[in-house]
Write a protein that binds this ligand. Structure first.
Ligand code: ZN
Length: 158
C-alpha cells in the first residue's frame, strides 16, 4: 500500500504516523505493509511477539531474529531492521537464559498466552526479580547498563 494509506491506518489505531513506517499489525491481526520486505517482521509480531510487558528492545530484537529465520526459510525478499536489538537478544539475552533466540521467542508467546508477564518470567529465569523494571517496557529502547552487565556476567560463566 502507499505511505499515505499507511498514515491513515496508523491514525485509525492512534499510532504516531511518523516517517517511514513500513509495516504495522493491528490488535485484530491484520497486517499492513508499504514494503513487501517488511512482511516477515510483521508476521512475527502478529504471531504474538509484542511489547506489552516486555522491553521494546527485547520485543523488536526477538521479532527480527524470527523474521530473518522465516525469510531465510521461505526465501522471502527481506531487509534487516533492528540489527542492534537483534544482536543484543541473540548474543546476550538468549544465551544468558540458556536458550536459542527462536526458543525464547516461542516462550515469550507462550507466556503471553498463559497470562504471564514475560519481563517477570525472564527476571525469574535470570535469578533476580529485581531486574523486572529493567526488562519491562519502562526502560525504553535499550537495556540498562545494569542489565547488560548482568547478562554479560552470566554468559561469561565457565
Ligand atoms: Zn517491529
Amino acid at each position: 500500500m502507499s505511505s499515505r494509506r499507511m498514515d491513515t491506518i496508523l491514525k485509525q489505531h492512534n499510532w504516531d504516523s511518523g516517517e517511514g513506517v513500513v509495516g504495522f499489525h493491528t490488535p485484530d491481526q491484520r497486517i499492513f505493509v508499504t514494503r513487501q520486505w517488511s512482511l516477515p517482521h510483521e508476521w512475527a509480531h502478529a504471531a504474538g511477539l509484542v511489547d506489552d510487558r516486555l522491553g521494546m528492545w527485547i520485543c523488536e530484537g526477538l521479532t527480527e531474529s524470527v523474521a530473518q529465520e522465516v525469510a531465510r526459510q521461505t526465501r522471502t525478499p527481506y531487509q534487516p531492521t533492528y540489527e542492534y536489538e537483534r544482536r543484543l537478544v541473540e548474543d546476550h539475552l538468549a544465551p544468558a537464559l540458556g536458550m536459542k533466540p527462536l526458543d525464547l521467542a516461542r516462550q515469550v508467546v507462550k507466556w503471553y498466552e498463559g497470562g504471564k508477564i514475560p519481563a517477570k518470567e525472564i527476571a525469574r529465569l535470570l535469578g533476580d526479580p529485581g531486574l523486572l523494571s529493567d526488562l519491562d517496557r519502562g526502560t525504553g529502547d535499550h537495556p540498562s547498563e545494569r542489565l547488560l552487565a548482568r547478562l554479560k556476567k552470566t554468559n561469561a560463566r565457565p
